[in-house]
Design a protein around this ligand. Structure first.
Ligand code: JFZ
Length: 463
């Protein structure tokens, strides 16, 4: 064991109500919105095929020219209630909003910066309006905060001189002030999603990352903080030099997921974030961004894989410069939402199905229970079928302690006939292709009790 002062603070995963609620939510909406949504990937006629929120850097825009965009932040199509309804209909249970991204522009009227919504034509507290709108729809709210800041003169990428150290210490005071300001203004914030922490300057300040996490948790008891904030005494990130997770959940999965069979990841909480387009988080108005745009079925497959491995999925939306949602994003949200309305029981309040091996044709999820019953006690496991075998046959390998009593499709409650190959292996006709994953509720009982009485399955919405 390497002795550490600023390493991991908890040996076990959190089990308090706030953390349990976050875990059970499973599906969140990420919102990247800021000045970068106005040029939307094109600067002075030149489209840059890179993430829109990086345009200031990728198009070599000066601070002054970038700051001038604030005059065009006019909110002409801004309707946060519509964003929130879209997220709720989609089945998201929380939202993470970019309070400040790398360009330093603040969506709230921060007392510590002159580069905020207060300097835009409306002068409104845009962030506060967004958070209120989501809470009105019943979603929990988290704040994204970039420590990296291209606008602030004291930001440093590395500490190479005494002057750098003095400037960067001032910068960290500024960031602390802003974060405590956010906690004071928006005390209903459930979590903080830190980003822009990968540079040498931050890695050399593991102490600050530790202290700000503790301070935020003092101000907002139960606040949830992602691992991306953290560095330890030696600059190790996410996991400390002894391999223990820092922060409350791992936030390293970005535009990728753990392998479907890799159950090792479910020993801690984690959240993956995903883009709808190829690689832009902010709105990118271009043919380039449309290449590789994900379909509803792809999103649902990612969600199923994530839940089966004990993670959350944070799905990104990038509203347009005027504050309206692009129709292609609302259409996607509604298609995912239509699937969730029928099959949400396999996602919400669910997690890995203990003892069930990855079947290849999809994913198993099981209800999260505070007092998890013994693995052999039976109950419902959801089979989310994402890859229909060409044989047309679905094979289910049951954990040896369980027997199958019935299989029902969530979409219509219809019971599917199945055949026992041996005590633990079952075959059934694969569901018909519909373009979206089919969810089957597998009703299990302890092995030896499979002929017992049948009860109605409360997960099945009978139509
Ligand atoms: C960061 C930001 O730079 C980006 O604009 C967006 O906000 C995203 C959610 O986070 O981008 C990253 C951060 C980490 C990795 C890749 C891109 N990573 O660990 O691979």
């Amino acid at each position: 064991m390497i002795p550490l002062t600023y390493g991991a603070t908890a040996a076990e995963r959190r089990q308090d109500p706030t953390m349990q609620a976050f875990r059970a939510d499973r599906f969140g909406q990420f919102v990247h919105w800021g000045l970068y949504a106005i040029p939307a990937g094109t600067w002075r006629g030149r489209t840059i095929e890179f993430a829109a929120e990086f345009l200031m850097q990728s198009a070599h825009v000066s601070r002054e020219d970038w700051a001038a965009l604030a005059a065009d932040f006019t909110l002409d199509g801004f309707d946060p209630a519509e964003w929130a309804r879209t997220a709720r209909r989609m089945g998201a249970r929380y939202v993470t909003v970019t309070a400040k991204h790398h360009d330093g522009f603040c969506l709230w009227p921060s007392a510590y910066s002159d580069f905020t919504v207060a300097a835009t034509p409306s002068g409104r507290d845009v962030l506060g309006e967004i958070l209120d709108a989501y809470r009105a729809e019943g979603l929990a709210t988290h704040l994204y905060y970039s420590v990296l800041d291209w606008h602030h003169p004291d930001w440093r990428y590395a500490i190479e001189s005494d002057d750098d150290r003095i400037a960067f210490d001032r910068y960290l005071d500024f960031a602390t002030n802003q974060l405590l300001e956010l906690a004071a203004r928006y005390p209903q914030t459930r979590g903080f999603w830190f980003d822009g922490t990968w540079d040498e300057s931050v890695k050399a300040n593991g102490r600050w990352t530790h202290e700000i996490e503790q301070l935020l948790k003092e101000r907002i008891p139960g606040a949830i903080v992602n691992s991306r904030l953290r560095a330890d005494d030696r600059g190790a990130r996410h996991f400390d030099s002894n391999g223990a997770l820092m922060g409350d959940y791992e936030s390293g999965y970005e535009r990728r997921l753990p392998a479907p069979w890799d159950r090792s990841v479910s020993v801690h909480d984690w959240e993956a974030c995903a883009t709808l387009t190829q690689a832009s988080w902010g709105f990118h108005d271009s043919a380039w961004a449309e290449r590789g745009r994900k379909t509803p079925a792809q999103i649902v497959e990612q969600l199923a894989q994530t839940v089966s491995l004990g993670g959350n999925l944070l799905l990104n939306f990038g509203p347009r410069g005027d504050g309206s949602l692009a129709p292609v994003e609302t259409t996607l949200a509604d298609a995912v939402g239509a699937w969730m309305a029928v099959n949400g029981a396999a996602v919400h309040d669910s997690g890995p199905a203990t003892g069930w091996d990855y079947p290849g044709w999809g994913f198993y999820t099981a209800p999260l229970q505070a007092d998890a019953p013994a693995a052999g006690s039976g109950g419902v496991v959801h089979a989310i079928v994402t890859r229909i075998p060409v044989s047309g046959i679905l094979t289910i390998a049951l954990p040896p302690v369980l027997a199958l009593r019935a299989v029902r499709a969530l979409v219509d409650g219809a019971e599917a006939p199945f055949t026992l190959l041996d005590a633990h292996t079952v075959q059934l006709p694969a569901p018909a292709a519909t373009g979206m994953p089919t969810v089957l509720a597998l009703e299990t009982v302890p092995a030896g009790q499979e002929s017992g009485p049948r009860e109605p399955n409360p997960d099945v919405a009978l139509v």
